[in-house]
Design a protein around this ligand. Structure first.
Ligand code: ATP
Length: 216
């Protein structure tokens, strides 16, 4: 599905978001107050505009109301990030994603109308720490403070047995959503499916249960 997505603030983060969206075939409206940044990115996105996110008339004029999602990627400029998020809300943008520097900033962004707040530095740092300390974790997505989805190399002692024999759901309270085995993906595996040495599993569950499963 092609969506219209506005990316406001073309720092390192915003530029990466805008470029990747364009590569994925999405319609991108890129906005920044810095003309040089706008010009540099212009050839790679659908539309690039020099404008201030805190200027409600300017945002109305670029038709921000029509986008499916607006990403407010202005980070260090707190006022611009907060006022800009308010402006998006005020103009009726359907979905607002805002980048926060820390928890307090994030709370304010939620209060003024962000539908989703992201913390790129905090999350990347946490992910790296997890990768460095548990060698079998490939990726972890925090679904909420208590639940996560983890992609990991299957612990070796569960290899060679069927899911039914392992009885993972009853023993650990986690659910194996997929197994990647020799390049083949088994989605929603059944009791007869076997986990082999070196397979990658995608597991969902409560964090405490996932911890127990990882330590298996
Ligand atoms: P990154 O980590 O992504 O590089 P940053 O936090 O270091 O981001 P910021 O200073 O937050 O960088 O700026 C990100 C971009 O937002 C810059 O290109 C800046 O010109 C732009 N920007 C700042 N204020 C506004 C504003 N009011 N309206 C539009 N763009 C703005």
């Amino acid at each position: 599905m092609i969506q219209q997505i506005a990316v406001i603030g073309l720092g390192r983060f915003g530029t990466a978001v805008a470029r990747t969206l364009s590569d994925l075939g999405q319609e991108v409206l890129a906005i920044d107050v810095d003309e040089e940044k706008v010009q540099k990115l212009a050839p790679q996105v659908t539309t690039a505009v020099v404008a201030n996110v805190t200027d409600i008339d300017a945002m109305r004029a670029v038709g921000i109301r029509n986008v499916d999602v607006a990403v407010v990627a202005v980070g260090t400029e707190l006022k611009a990030s907060i006022v800009g998020t308010m402006v998006m809300k005020e103009l009726g943008v359907k979905s607002i994603v805002a980048k926060a520097n820390d928890d307090l900033h994030g709370k304010v962004l939620e209060k003024v109308g962000a539908d989703r707040v992201i913390y790129p530095e905090r999350d990347t740092g946490a992910r790296l720490a997890r990768m460095l300390t548990s060698t079998n974790i490939i990726e972890q997505i925090d679904l909420d403070p208590n639940y996560s989805m983890v992609e990991m190399v299957a612990p070796s002692h569960i290899a060679g047995r069927t899911l039914a024999a392992l009885n993972i759901r009853a023993r650990f309270g986690v659910y194996i959503m997929a197994i990647r085995s020799a390049g083949r993906m088994i989605v929603a595996p059944g009791g007869d499916d076997v986990i082999h040495e070196g397979d990658v599993v995608v597991v969902i569950g409560q964090n405490d249960n996932l911890q127990r499963f990882k330590r298996l």
